[in-house]
Design a protein around this ligand. Sequence first.
Ligand code: UTP
Length: 296
Amino acid sequence: MAKKKVSKAVFPAAGLGTRFLPATKASPKEMLPIVDKPMIQYAVEEAQACKINEYIVITGKSKRAIEDHFDIAWELEENLKSKGKQVILDEIQQLSQHQFAYIRQGLPLGLGHAILCAKPFVKDEPFAVILSDDIIDPDDNLLKDMIKIHNKHQATVLALQKVPMSEIHRYGVIAGKEVGKNLFRISDMVEKPKQSAAPSDMAIIGRYILTPDIFTILEKTPPGKGGEIQLTDAIKTMLKKKPVYGFLFEGNRYDGGDKVGYLQATVELALKNPGVKEQFKKYLVSRMPSIIEKEK
Ligand code: UTP
């Protein structure tokens, strides 16, 4: 059978974002800005950098701003044009150049259910899943590396990161054997384990390359932890039948769905942003002595 390229990315964005309330009461978590771009734009740019050109966003209640963000903004564009603001005009126009599909997940029944909603658009191709609140440093190549692994093995690939055991209960955690540099053949997975039940310190983070047979498995996956249809449960079923790989990411990731992770991402990406970095660095340096003094 001919190998199919990864040309589609699914962005689940139908979660309630309860850790970020009240900001997420009427606005999507995915639209929270890191410096000057919403989190979901970083995620889309990551897919673009991998030559993925079809984007499927799973949306829910109060998420319409995501569609507007990637749509033509006629009045704004005319206004920028009339004022000669060409650089920002080009940037704004770039956002509506791509092919987006939006699917509404009626109820937030879990990440696995959100991905199942993408089945009619993905059909029988391997695809990427990007959780936009997991922010990967734009200088890192995580998704590109995962696609290379997928192309070689024609298998599902999950992104992994070592996390402190005190935080392990927040993640899906794998057991596996290292079969190459930072490459693991996964043998088991546990969703949000207690520290004592965690099979390793390697957590699954928000990037996946999935083979399309995941849909048939998801259709048969009952609600698991928290009453939600868990992607982890479906992948666990998959690995009983065929190899599933994990790629250990050693770069920088920030949990943008968590307040502290979001603030870390903001500081780190601001320090890389040509427009603000010098001024912001000066501000941080000027604040540091009094912060350190107060901590003593
Ligand atoms: P999270 O676990 O971060 O949940 O979902 P959440 O609702 O977004 O945030 P909290 O935990 O309540 O603060 C991981 C990803 O899966 C998506 C979310 O939008 C997020 O990108 N998701 C989750 C869905 O699309 N649908 C769901 O039913 C659940």
